[in-house]
Design a protein around this ligand. Structure first.
Ligand code: PEP
Ligand code: MN
Length: 634
């Protein structure tokens, strides 16, 4: 059962409730949710729920109807996120685990680890104890394999995962791995599950080839009931009458599990299909269906792999898969998990920044729940501090004066074009540079007071962009008054303060959540292809640190040309002759010089740095002014 506690409960009352339930024989798990604190009481013990309901401090009692309790959505409404070293699995992240089926040698695992890391995998896999159908097949390198896996993980800053097949190996796996994998064949090895549960380590539990979704959740329940805090599930294909593929990958298990359970679910398209060429489409399908991540087998020489060569991707195929997921993620309002080194390094230039809120402080314009805040949360790791400010200029000031390490500003929208104010600010603050970028999908929602219905609404507040981007929906309600507001998230804070059921606002789901408001209708934007590109800004010193890393692949430049025929042509020719790809070109009037224009250009930096340097030098000679707004990685 779930015991929801009153907001005002005092610690003594809580102790009394826990004591009462434990005495009856229940195991208790406390969950501090965003909105309420609950106690999960599990055990097969007959009890009249009213006995619990009457205890002081209890708001209500809800029976859990499913046979699995701790794994159920009834037990915990919010998605569980699992921290594994620097990575968080679940929530809005897509986590990719990759590596060979088996660790075969030091050279093999080192080479594959570096390649998959480079393409964006964040966790390294590699089997050391292989449950093979044939006793004559390669059985894995055992403890040596685990040692090599750990070494390769450490060399690349990646947590590692490997399959455990025997309770006897529990201590050894605790020492060498960050996540323990329970293989499909062992999903119902309950003694193994109990032993692993007691280790309190993250576990990846694979669905058995003949297991139902309920069987899978019951096995997860074993782990949770025996102490595991963090369990992730993995769909890896089941046995059906189809023989073309090795297994039938049950994509529908993903939304089903999401409804029944709060646990993250990953998908293994390698074992799910058994055929290399089928891995990419099924991986994309799994991500599109809502999977929290993938487990993919990759090998540099699959023809000679000691296990599962035919289903292992070549590194180039894996790289393509990662690029495709990167493109797909914003459509799903999700983000690929990244390892910290791929993020801009934090410079030590500003000791004045308070690090109380986290190791990095990022300024944004707007109120909590703003789209800018959402974009920064997706760009930076989980534990960054955020600084909401009123104006875009304040964001630049805070970066310049060292009040924050970084700032984030919107720069263009697919429907409404460039945000010129921010382009102008980039020019006005020469000591501030672009160090990164993030594009997010903008989904607008109609948000009202808890208990309000669409019929109650008389007035709708939002930023003018929010109102115009939802024109078709609003046209369906001509009687509503549309009121422009300075900020989307701010409009939700405003209706919350006003407390009138007739007021609604248009903003993000985050804005509804932080203001504890109710979403009346999701996704009301007229055009669903609504994306905003943000750039991350930092002081020049920091930008220079990053430029030195040499990994930047995008440059934002701004230049002006003389008012003579062919001057823009000559500037662009410099790029064209060096085969430098231009991804944006926009002109903007120069303040104080009527009819003279600045040109904003974004280009892909070619792999040979020298070519780009030469192009910049020549560009400087054919333009009147030239500035690099930033070199960064996209
Ligand atoms: C594996 O991940 O290498 C493996 C053996 O998977 P499964 O248990 O899904 O067959
Ligand atoms: Mn395998």
């Amino acid at each position: 059962m779930i015991v929801v506690l009153e907001h005002s409960i005092d610690p003594e009352e809580k102790r009394q409730i826990v004591g009462f339930l434990e005495e009856k024989g229940f195991r208790i798990r406390e969950i501090q949710g965003e909105e309420e604190t609950i106690l999960g009481a599990v055990g097969i013990i007959p009890i009249d729920l009213r006995e619990v309901e009457l205890l002081p401090g209890v708001a209500r009692v809800i029976p859990i109807t499913k046979p699995y309790k701790l794994a159920s959505r009834e037990f915990k409404r919010e998605d569980t996120s699992i921290p594994v070293g620097p990575v968080k699995i679940g929530g809005s992240r897509i986590t990719v685990i990759a590596g060979p089926c088996s660790v075969e040698s030091r050279e093999q695992i080192m080479e594959i680890a570096a390649l998959v890391r480079e393409s964006g995998a964040v966790i390294l896999r590699g089997g050391a104890y292989k449950p093979r159908s044939s006793p004559y097949a390669f059985q894995g390198l055992g403890e040596t394999g685990l040692k090599l896996l750990k070494e390769a993980g450490e060399a690349n800053g990646m947590p590692v995962i490997s399959e455990i097949v025997s309770p006897e190996h529990a201590r050894m796996f605790s020492e060498y791995t960050d996540i323990l994998q329970v293989g499909a064949r062992n999903m119902q090895n309950f003694e193994l599950l109990k032993t692993i549960g007691a280790l309190h380590k993250p576990v990846l539990l694979k669905r058995g080839p003949a297991a139902t979704i309920q069987d899978l959740l019951m096995s997860a329940e074993y782990l949770l009931a025996h102490g595991s805090e963090y369990v992730m599930l993995c769909e890896r294909g089941i046995r059906t009458f189809e023989t073309y593929t090795r297994n039938t990958l049950d994509i529908s298990a993903i939304p089903v599990v999401k409804k029944l359970s709060h646990l993250p679910i990953l998908v293994d398209p390698s074992h799910g299909t058994g055929i290399r060429a089928k891995v990419l489409p099924m991986a994309l399908a799994a991500v599109a269906a809502g999977a929290d991540g993938l487990v993919v087998e990759v090998h540099t020489d699959p023809e000679h792999a000691l296990s599962d060569g035919p289903q292992s991707l070549y590194p180039e195929q894996f790289e393509k898969l990662m690029r495709d997921i990167h493109a797909l993620a914003p459509v799903l309002s999700k983000e690929l998990s990244r390892l910290p080194e791929k993020l801009p390094k934090i410079s030590a230039y500003s000791p004045t920044i308070s690090t109380e809120q986290g190791p990095i402080l990022v300024a944004f314009q707007g109120e909590p729940g703003a789209f800018s805040e959402n974009a920064l949360q997706r760009y930076f790791p989980e534990n960054v501090g955020t600084l909401p400010l009123e104006h875009f200029r304040d964001v630049f000031d805070s970066v310049l004066t060292g009040k924050s390490h970084y700032g984030i500003i919107p720069i263009e929208n697919t429907l409404t074009g460039s945000i010129h104010q921010n382009y102008d600010l980039l020019l006005q603050y020469p000591d501030v540079r672009i160090v990164g970028e993030k594009t997010i999908r903008i989904i607008h929602n109609l948000i009202g007071l808890p208990g309000a219905t669409i019929e109650d609404i008389r007035r709708v507040y939002s930023h003018p962009q929010g109102l115009s981007q939802c024109a078709r929906f609003l046209d369906g309600h001509p009687q509503w008054e549309k009121v422009p507001f300075y900020d989307t998230a701010g409009s939700i804070a405003f209706i919350a303060r006003e407390g009138k059921k007739e007021n609604a606002g248009i903003a993000s789901l985050d804005a509804a959540r932080v203001n504890r408001m109710n979403v009346l209708k999701e996704g009301i934007e007229t055009d669903s292809q609504n994306y905003t590109r943000f750039v991350i800004i930092a002081r020049e010193e920091l930008a220079r640190n990053e430029g030195q890393s040499g990994t930047a692949n995008r440059a934002s430049l701004v230049f002006s040309t003389s008012n003579t025929p062919g001057s823009l042509f000559r500037a662009l020719q410099v790029l064209a002759e060096r085969n430098i790809n231009m991804v944006k070109l926009e002109s903007r009037p120069i303040a104080g010089k009527p009819w003279e224009e600045m040109f904003y250009v974004d280009v892909d930096i070619p792999p040979e740095r020298g070519t780009f340097q030469k192009a910049l030098e020549e560009l400087a000679s054919v333009t009147e002014t030239l500035r690099t707004l930033g070199l960064y990685t996209v």
